[in-house]
Design a protein around this ligand. Structure first.
Ligand SMILES: [Zn+2]
Length: 812
């Protein structure tokens, strides 16, 4: 594995290094302010030593590539120099988006986690340097936000745009990073910055002064962590205050409810009255996570009732099969019930990570495996898709279908997703185990050794498994002293014929082979409790548990109300959701149909995409007929790969939901004159094939199936030419224009005309019998005196200051 070179960062650190061989303190539990917290306690990630075929490479990539890479990007994009300027170390104005501080904190949080597992002097010193700059940028009263600090401090500006400027969102991430740094290093410098800032927040936002809730939730989670780390109850009170302010202020409706920011920010009603997942999905899942934390720490059941209802709403109607959520790009958030489009799926990487946080808390609260079922689905599918296997390319939205318009990016102007991945991946081991009252939970199947400190005992668990590719899990149980307790081993929903804990998806056929469990080599009956096999016995060193979770290929069918998945099937093996991608299938997958009786076989391919399971079978090709029907047209072998591994081999078609019925496929177009022509154009942006795909757009602005446009050409005369091997008698052309006014620079053209190739070989205009129309959202038909020709040209003159494009062309 290539190690990312910390070029600038290395120089930066070495120039200031005075400590050379600092060693890390052991993890500190932090003060224990109160006995009240989650019923179930997670085993912290630093107590879980992963040695796993699937996860070790990812943790290593995160440490050696993603985290240093994200720091370099933070430097390159002036995120770090904003702090230097705010600290008076550099001149200049603020660069980038106002909430860019948050990205730096998130990468620092990830770096702290990574340090815990792999002490690295260089990384530790780099963090110290950043913390020193941040201390310099912090105002005397604790305020820290670079956007209002450069070129000079603007006290009159702060807190003036709580809804839009995300000051509290940024410092919420700071609190999380500071607590992580403190717990890993035992040093208080960063924690002191955080608490001084939090003290200011407590002073400014309270019942006597400012009562507006944060515009973008996150600080609630940070404050709870600060409370746990310091024992100071005012931080918990502040988190609760922020939750309780939501939905109470502003334009009250007749019912006396209604908030400042509306449903987009979950501010439409008090949080304890909310029952539906609405609005921006990252804000939402951070809110629900914060509600869970405050509920656990205060014992307030009102929050629990609300998030239980909201969770059910998500799992019943708003969860993608990949575990992603957020169907609508417009508000980066939840769509309506059962609104789960595939190509337009938003499924922001941050929303997946936030959903994992939330589901983990739900498990800690209720002790039910169904939350881990959802967590696992998100983890292995939607979340992992967010980062490339090399660790330096990222998805913001994670669509479930593509015609080649999607690719991971090296970075984004709004870089919330890369920085979130940087902090999330190192924390994955922390989701594996938990304990409660002496009992131990095995939630995830990851090879390695964990130390679980329960009441009066210390239990070492060693897992050996080839999960998620292999069905066997071996667990060696080694309690320090012989003791009776229950080992709860999760039997995943997918192994119990339940893809999700709702009827949103179902397996087409039950798997008749059931999970099996052995203790010390003896088969035991699975005593299922809340989704766990409960093994209650007196455990002693040397005891072993062997679980087998049969992993045949499963066909998943979506609830009939999900329009986009009708007539389609998803493939799953173990927890992994598969997709069909162009490189394994001769470039096209959307025209394929997998019949219900197709035999499907798995094969592990060590050589492919870092080593993945593949599914192979025979698919039917589909073709549109001239009368608009869709028919099977031969068969071809297909290969499916894990969804998380797509988009590593260039752009192209991909689908998680291939058709199982012909009408659900995107068939090969019918043999129309347009489709059978050799088509060329003066210039191609987007897709030349799009003009003959025979998919009529919803309107001129609909680019979901791509279009041919001439952007960035403006004011030019362009052409599209259609040629045939023989002459045809032609008398009309219809053009559906592309126009993305408001979004892009393509407008309707200034003029257009049709020319045909004469028998002499030159092009002459046709004699049109009707005007050349340029109307939006419809076909513009021109009829003309019939011509016999082997080539036709559509000539398009663009408006002087605008480009233009074409959705579809029909020639008759
Ligand atoms: Zn994001």
């Amino acid at each position: 594995m290539k190690r990312h070179r910390l070029t600038r960062m290395t120089v930066f650190v070495l120039a200031t290094a005075c400590l050379s061989c600092a060693t890390l303190c052991p993890a500190q539990a932090g003060a224990a302010p109160s006995e009240r917290d989650y019923n179930v306690k997670p085993v912290p990630f630093n107590q879980v030593h992963v040695q796993d075929g699937f996860w070790t490479p990812r943790l290593e990539t995160s440490r050696t590539m993603t985290i240093p890479y994200c720091f370099e990007k933070c430097e390159e994009t002036d995120r770090i120099s904003n702090y230097e300027k705010a600290a008076g170390l550099k001149e200049g104005k603020h660069e980038g988006i106002y909430f860019n501080d948050s990205d730096v904190y998130k990468v620092m949080e990830g770096a702290a986690y990574s340090l815990q597992v792999h002490p690295e002097t260089m990384m530790r010193l780099y963090l110290e340097k950043l913390i020193a700059i941040m201390a310099g940028a912090q105002w005397e009263d604790g305020y820290l936000y670079t956007f209002y600090s450069i070129p000079e401090r603007q006290p009159q500006m702060r807190w003036t745009d709580i809804a839009g400027k995300h000051e509290q969102y940024c410092v919420g991430h700071m609190y999380e990073a500071a607590v992580a740094h403190y717990q890993v290093t035992g040093e208080k410098a960063f924690l002191d910055i955080a608490t001084r800032n939090a003290d200011l927040i407590c002073d400014v936002f309270n019942a006597g002064r400012r009562t507006d809730p944060p515009g973008h939730q996150e600080i609630e989670i940070g404050l709870c962590k600060l409370y746990r780390a310091t024992g100071d109850a005012k931080y918990l009170d502040q988190a609760k205050f922020f939750l309780d302010q939501r939905g109470r202020l502003g334009n009250r409706g007749p019912d006396g409810k209604g908030g400042l920011y509306g449903w987009y920010s979950q501010d439409h009603k008090p949080v304890v009255e909310q029952t539906e997942a609405l609005g921006h999905s990252v804000r939402a899942a951070y809110l629900y996570t914060g509600m869970a934390d405050v509920a656990a720490l205060t014992g307030s059941m009102e929050y629990v009732r609300a998030i239980d209802a909201i969770w059910k709403d998500v799992v019943d109607t708003k969860l993608y099969i990949t575990g992603g959520n957020g169907a609508a790009g417009g508000h980066e958030g939840f769509g309506g019930r059962y609104e789960l489009p595939n190509m337009r799926a938003y499924c922001e990487t941050c929303a997946s990570i936030a959903n994992i946080f939330w589901n983990h808390r739900m498990f800690l609260m209720h002790g039910d495996a169904k939350y881990i079922d959802v967590l696992e689905r998100v983890l292995y599918n939607a979340a992992l898709s967010g980062i490339s296997m090399e660790g330096d390319r990222f998805f913001y939205p994670n669509p479930l279908e593509s015609i080649g318009q999607h690719a991971r990016s090296p970075w984004f102007g709004c870089a919330c997703c890369p920085s979130n991945v940087a902090r999330f991946i190192p924390s994955v081991p922390g989701y594996t185990y938990a304990h409660k009252d002496g009992d131990v939970y095995v939630n995830l199947f990851i090879s390695g050794t964990a130390t679980v400190e329960t009441v009066g005992n210390k239990i070492t668990l060693t897992q050996k498994t080839g999960y998620p590719w292999q069905d066997g899990i071996h667990i060696a149980v080694e309690p320090k002293k012989q003791q009776q307790f229950t080992l709860f081993v999760r039997i995943p929903g997918w192994a119990r014929n339940e893809p999700v804990p709702s009827d949103l998806y179902r397996f087409q056929r039950p798997n008749k082979e059931e999970p099996s469990l052995n203790v010390n080599g003896e088969t035991v009956k699975i005593d299922l409790k809340n989704g766990f096999a409960a093994i209650d016995r007196t455990w002693k060193a040397g005891d072993t548990v062997d679980l087998r979770l049969p992993m045949p290929v499963r066909r998943v069918i979506a609830h009939e109300n999900i329009v986009d998945d009708r007539g389609k099937v998803a493939l799953q093996v173990g927890p992994i959701v598969f997709c069909l991608e162009a490189p394994d299938n001769d470039g096209e997958v959307l025209n394929l149909m997998i019949p219900d009786d197709a035999v499907l076989r798995t094969r592990f391919r060590r050589d492919l995409l870092g080593g993945v399971m593949t599914i192979a079978g025979k698919a039917s090709l589909t073709k549109r007929t001239l009368d608009g029907g869709i028919v099977p047209a031969g068969t071809k072998p297909f290969t499916a790969i894990p969804y998380y591994a797509w988009a590593h081999r260039g752009r192209g078609q991909m689908t998680v939901w291939p058709a199982r019925k012909p009408e659900a496929a995107r068939p090969e177009p019918a043999d129309t004159l347009t489709y059978t022509s050799k088509t060329t154009a003066s210039f191609v942006h987007a897709s030349l094939d799009a003009i003959k795909d025979q998919i009529v757009p919803e309107n001129s602005g609909d680019s979901s199936n791509l279009q041919l446009d001439f952007w960035p050409h403006k004011g030019t005369t362009e052409w599209i030419q259609f040629e045939w091997g023989e002459r045809h008698e032609l008398s009309s052309v219809q053009v559906y224009w592309f126009d993305d006014t408001g979004r892009g620079e393509c407008h309707l053209p200034k003029a257009w005309r049709v020319l045909y190739r004469t028998s002499r070989g030159d092009f002459q205009p046709v004699k049109n019998s009707m005007p050349y129309e340029t109307e939006k959202d419809t076909f513009n038909k021109v009829g003309f005196e019939p011509v016999r020709t082997d080539a036709l040209k559509v000539e398009i003159t663009l408006q002087d200051r605008w480009s233009a494009g074409v959705q579809e062309v029909v020639i008759k």
